[in-house]
Design a protein. Sequence first.
Length: 201
Amino acid sequence: MVSEKGLRLTSPWKIAGIAAILVLGIVGAGALFIYFGAYDVAADVPHTKLVYWLLDTARDRSVAVRAEDVHVPPSLGEPVRISAGAGLYNEMCSSCHLAPGMAKTEISQGLYPAAPELSRGTDLTPGEEFWIIKHGIKMSGMAAWGKTHNDTLIWDMVAFLRKLPGLSPAQYLALVKSAPEDHDQMMKMMNMEGMDQEDHK
Ligand code: HEC
């Protein structure tokens, strides 16, 4: 049997009231935490383990879910794609992600989150690499290259990234040398030839 008092204690209004006070308390504490600048955004002070795990997991899941619909072209193994990608990588990416035989640059040492050394390999799928290069990653130095580069060029970079792990410094330099001289010219050629038709997510 439930006593009259028991009923009153567990009345829905009381529970709703306590829940509302708790939620307001948490939101208020969060607002104060932000207002007083308690979280250190300095790039030379690492995140706490919990914050790092949360951000890392959120990024990985965000990319994985969005990359599911990316259609991977079958031509990633073609040598022309790989050498074009090598030229683009050397020009635009190596300052942060480094390359075989390349000494650490100033920017690569100061970035946080750090730019992974892509020659060490990643566990990303080609679709995930494409998505990251095209859209970039918020609150990191990784830009959205899709704003200025068509999908064809981005797939060329993915084709090269698949080959990068395991390249010796000499093989890397040879691939870069085999690329078209200047990537602006390459983009113009592609637009003229109507080669920018590969449109992916
Ligand atoms: C200004 C520095 C900078 C440049 C230039 C840059 N990136 Fe990045 N990139 C980053 C940072 C920092 C991250 C890590 C972001 C994170 O962990 O949230 C990253 C992440 C990535 C990743 C995901 C790696 C992984 O294992 O999670 C790929 C792939 C990548 N970049 C490719 C490229 C390519 C290709 C280019 C050239 C077109 C490029 N990046 C240019 C800073 C840069």
